[in-house]
Design a protein around this ligand. Structure first.
Ligand SMILES: NC(=O)c1ccc[n+]([C@@H]2O[C@H](COP(=O)([O-])OP(=O)(O)OC[C@H]3O[C@@H](n4cnc5c(N)ncnc54)[C@H](OP(=O)(O)O)[C@@H]3O)[C@@H](O)[C@H]2O)c1
Length: 325
């Protein structure tokens, strides 16, 4: 099969197209013919091998998994002898976080891994792109933010992968949602269901005093300190982008004050918890309240172009890779 081999950490030139043996499913695994796989901001950060601490999991000197990529959607080509929940021909989607391998034509996934049936109202592209942003935003809004119906939730970076999922998830759970994006994405935010849209190039949301129960800064460009005044009395600032500022704010707010700053690395959650979140994601999709936003799709061979595009930091929703044209 055709696959993208990751040879080293660095620029997108580290990816090489190659022909490798098609994987064989173990007794507890399913073999999936991939119709779409995700290319994410997290993938581009892993590619650089920075921050270095990430290499403890990915491989110290060079990537230990030759084929990268985690999000996938496709059709089951065969199943292992012990598989009971899936059969050949089923459409599925999910995240292969531990062993990766989705920058390829085929991948094997354990049946008790992060994989589920593809709902009829969602395309392969949407589903593949949706997993990273959807599961991460569920983790942040529900687990960290403890979001409740009627709460005022502000999503900064509302036009990105995490942001487009977060707006729809927060609306599904009955929050009053403000999306922060640039002028070119305002229309998208209204379409996704925002109650208010703020253009960050024209207005600074942190000047709205005592206004939000939850600020979810998906792109990590505003600090807890900057957002503090805009939070309500017991408000929370949550962000998936960890830096020294957020680390300091988390330590400080764990001891002092009613307003809190929080971070989580969603990829380190247990398989059981990630599967639970995938189940919730599925329910929201089946209820018709979550649509995937696809910015661009690239053929498998153009993985370097996909990474270069994401590196610019202005994608709208998700980018997918297509092994099958
Ligand atoms: N901790 C975790 O569990 C976890 C999991 C997954 C991802 N992440 C991290 O989460 C971050 C976000 O990922 P993502 O895939 O959602 O990013 P993304 O899709 O690449 O974000 C791009 C979006 O951010 C918007 N943006 C850029 N600058 C902005 C600003 N100053 N204010 C508001 N919006 C701005 C852009 O809109 P414009 O073009 O209009 O500027 C664009 O639509 C990444 O750093 C990723 O590594 C963390």
């Amino acid at each position: 099969m055709k696959a993208i081999i990751t040879t080293a950490y660095g620029s997108p030139e580290v990816f090489k197209v190659d022909n490798v043996a098609k994987p064989l499913p173990k007794p507890n695994e399913i073999l999936i013919k991939i119709h779409a796989s995700s290319v994410t901001k997290a993938d581009t950060m892993m590619r650089t091998g920075k921050p270095y601490i990430g290499r403890l999991m990915l491989g110290l000197r060079k990537p230990k998994n030759p084929i990268w990529g985690t999000g996938f959607a496709g059709v089951i080509e065969s199943v292992g002898t012990e598989v009971t929940q899936f059969k050949t021909g089923d459409n599925v989607f999910g995240e292969n976080i531990e062993t990766m391998g989705t920058y390829a034509e085929y991948v094997t996934v354990p049946e008790d891994g992060i994989v589920t049936h593809l709902p009829e109202n969602m395309s392969y592209d949407e589903a593949a792109g949706m997993c990273d942003g959807g599961i991460t935003s569920l983790n942040f809004l529900l687990n960290l933010g403890k979001m409740k119906p009627g709460q005022k939730v502000l999503i900064n970076g509302a036009s990105g992968s995490l942001g487009t999922a977060a707006v729809q998830i927060a609306k599904h759970f009955g929050a009053i949602v403000t999306g922060v994006c640039s002028s070119k994405n305002s229309e998208l935010e209204w379409e996704l269901g925002c109650d208010e849209v703020i253009d960050y190039t024209k207005y600074d949301f942190t000047t709205n005093k005592n206004s939000y129960d939850l600020i979810y800064d998906t792109v990590g460009v505003r600090s807890f300190r900057e957002c503090c005044g805009a939070l309500t009395e017991n408000g929370k600032y949550i962000s998936p982008v960890l830096g020294m500022r957020l680390l300091g704010a988390m330590m400080m707010t764990s001891i002092f004050g009613k307003k809190k700053a929080k971070f989580s690395a969603t990829g380190t959650l247990s398989t059981k918890e990630t599967k639970r979140l995938l189940g919730i994601l599925l329910e929201i999709i089946e209820a018709g309240n979550l649509k995937g936003v696809i910015d661009r799709s690239y053929p498998l061979e153009q993985i370097a172009e996909a990474h270069l595009y994401i590196d610019k930091g202005h994608k709208k929703g998700n980018v997918v890779l297509k092994a099958i044209a």
